[in-house]
Ligand binder design. Structure first.
Ligand SMILES: Nc1ncnc2c1ncn2[C@@H]1O[C@H](COP(=O)(O)OP(=O)(O)OP(=O)(O)O)[C@@H](O)[C@H]1O
Ligand SMILES: O=c1ccn([C@@H]2O[C@H](COP(=O)(O)O)[C@@H](O)[C@H]2O)c(=O)[nH]1
Ligand SMILES: [Mg+2]
Length: 208
């Protein structure tokens, strides 16, 4: 089992879909399972919907049950779990119930500004894709999910995927305000998803 973690809009779902096309894995998105549970008319539907609209983390028991059921129904024994665990409690409940630990954890580390831009352009009709909820989702990510990322890092399981190109350019002295100095600029640009997948593909090919 492999986990896919990152901020809201960091490309977890996009890259998991690529993995499934190239490797014999089943993609399980915890968010998609929760949205399907709402559509199914479940007794928990209204509660889940309210929590997603607020960017809050749904109780572990519900999400873990959905994930375990989906794993059982998949008929596969290779999973890439997307957007889970969201917090320490999620992780512990899942480990206790499913009794599996990840082989490795992909981490898509993307700046907030880029996340916001991507989500606002996503156009999938998601109720939580609005500026107000994005801010809440990002706060929950920093406060509750990043500690999980650090936990997997401390266990040597984290594989950071670079989602940005980073380069330095030197501006010559005639284009900077002080003619006596040159200026060193660090430029970060988002990597197209095909290039991000090259890194993901390398990790899957070498680690599984
Ligand atoms: N490398 C990329 N560069 C630019 N846009 C991207 C890239 N990867 C994904 N996107 C786009 O960004 C948006 C968010 O991607 P995606 O849905 O995969 O993110 P996510 O991490 O699953 O988000 P969420 O946590 O909200 O489900 C989508 O519209 C997707 O097409
Ligand atoms: O494990 C999980 C996964 C998701 N949620 C809730 O769903 C939304 C959307 O999740 P995406 O991964 O962005 O599709 C998330 O903001 C949470 O509210 C959850 O509670 N637990
Ligand atoms: Mg997603």
């Amino acid at each position: 089992m492999v986990l896919s973690l990152g901020g809201p809009g960091s490309g977890k779902g996009t890259q998991c879909a690529n993995v499934v096309q190239h490797f014999s894995y089943t993609h399980l998105s915890a968010g998609d399972l929760l949205r399907a549970e709402i559509r199914s008319g479940s007794e928990f539907g209204a509660m889940i919907q309210g929590m997603i609209a607020e960017g809050r983390i749904v109780p572990s028991e519900i999400t873990v049950k959905l994930l375990c059921k989906a794993m059982e129904e998949s008929g596969n024994d290779r999973f890439i779990i997307d957007g889970f665990p969201r917090n320490e409690e999620n992780r512990i409940v899942f480990e206790n119930v499913a009794k599996i630990e990840p082989a490795f954890v992909l981490f898509f580390d993307c700046p907030e500004e880029e996340l916001e831009k991507r989500i606002m352009n996503r156009n999938q009709g998601r109720e939580d894709d609005n500026l107000e909820t994005i801010k809440k989702r990002f706060k929950v990510f920093v406060e509750s999910t990043l500690p999980i990322v650090s936990y997997y890092e401390s266990k040597g399981k984290l594989r950071k995927v670079r989602v940005q190109f980073s380069s330095m350019i030197i501006l010559p002295s005639h284009v900077v305000p002080d003619p006596l100095v040159c200026c060193l600029l660090k430029i970060n640009a988002a990597k197209p998803s095909e290039e991000v997948f090259e890194e993901v593909k390398y990790l899957f090919a070498s680690e599984t």
